[in-house]
Design a protein around this ligand. Structure first.
Ligand SMILES: [Zn+2]
Length: 318
């Protein structure tokens, strides 16, 4: 993830639509087991690995991580294939996995697995990848309760120098599914979901601090107008679970502070997409540094974020 704090903020804020506090009634919880923080920890340890960093220069490490993800998903009986492409003569790959339920509609749930530079990237974005894997594990056992297929996608090359280019794994994937646009109900991107702080640490683009909490103890659901319903449903799930506060941000897609992850590539093709995030560098002082390690994360709260996603996806089937 990368944030652009300065430019276009005044423009962005002038058209910012404001936070939407939920007043709608809650629904009954679907019957699904909770996410396991033990599992999340093991996944993140595997993604981070013992040596090497999964950046664009380290093809061997990117291959190790993507192969591990594919094998882990196979253990849940979710088949995957690699979406291969090359950049500057080097091969890169997304991992695309399909939970087939016999329906024609589908939902996409994704996270990027590459890292910037030489760091663990625990929050950015081992946390998001682990969250997608745990979501897959739970939903594989709930297939009969789903009214859509789910495509779980793990993206390569999200980070600079490919950020905001057509070499991003999520751009490659979004482009590849554009012909199925009518069947895609929504895209959920998990981008940094592990960092929380109950103290007054939260930063915002100028102006938003008057609208949002000053503590850093919530998960944020960021959408645009087209994906308004996705964000609403996710925060409604979180509200029903009542374990972790959820804040919604809704803004047009051209607000720069909103387009800092893989969801933006689906927006380009007119596919509704939203991002679930701990707000990254607006909160986590270790963002894009060697300090972004597992021990700084709150894995119990990560599990709550996954529970909200599981319930949101099951509720979507009702
Ligand atoms: Zn990043």
């Amino acid at each position: 993830m990368r944030l652009k704090n300065g430019l276009n903020l005044s423009l962005g804020l002038s058209i910012f639509l404001g936070t939407v506090f939920l007043t709608t009634s809650t629904w009954a919880l679907p019957n699904a087991p909770p996410a396991s923080s033990d599992n999340l920890k093991v996944y993140m340890e595997q993604i981070i690995g013992q040596q090497g960093h999964r950046n664009y220069k380290n093809i061997a490490e990117l291959q190790r991580v993507s192969a591990w993800i594919k094998e882990q998903m196979r253990l849940f009986a979710i088949p995957c294939h690699y979406q291969n492409y090359s950049v500057n003569g080097l091969g890169y790959r997304n991992v695309v996995c399909t939970l087939t339920t016999g329906h024609s509609n589908k939902v996409i749930v994704g996270a990027h697995y590459d890292v910037l530079g030489e760091q663990q990237g625990a929050d950015d974005n081992a946390s998001g990848v682990a969250g997608v894997i745990e979501t897959a594990r739970i939903l594989a056992q709930q297939k009969s309760q789903l009214a859509h297929n789910i495509e779980f996608v793990f993206y390569t090359l999200q980070e600079p120098p490919f950020f905001k280019t057509e070499q991003m794994g999520s751009y490659i994937h979004a482009k590849s599914v554009q012909a199925q646009k009518d069947q895609i109900q929504g895209v959920y991107i998990l981008e940094m979901i592990g960092y929380y702080d109950e103290n007054l640490v939260q930063q915002y683009p100028v102006g938003l601090k008057w609208v949002y909490p000053s503590h850093g103890n919530f998960i944020a659901a960021m959408s645009n107008l087209q994906s308004y319903e996705l964000g609403a449903k996710y925060c409604q799930s979180m509200q029903t679970l009542n374990r972790l506060e959820c804040q919604r941000v809704v803004a047009p897609s051209f607000v720069s502070a909103m387009d800092f992850s893989d969801h933006m590539n689906y927006w380009k093709f007119g596919i509704p997409a939203m991002m679930i995030t701990d707000t990254a560098s607006f909160r986590n002082r270790h963002h894009h540094s060697k300090g972004d390690t597992l021990k700084t994360l709150n894995i119990g709260k990560m599990a709550h974020v996954v529970d909200g996603l599981v319930y949101s996806l099951m509720a979507q089937s009702e």
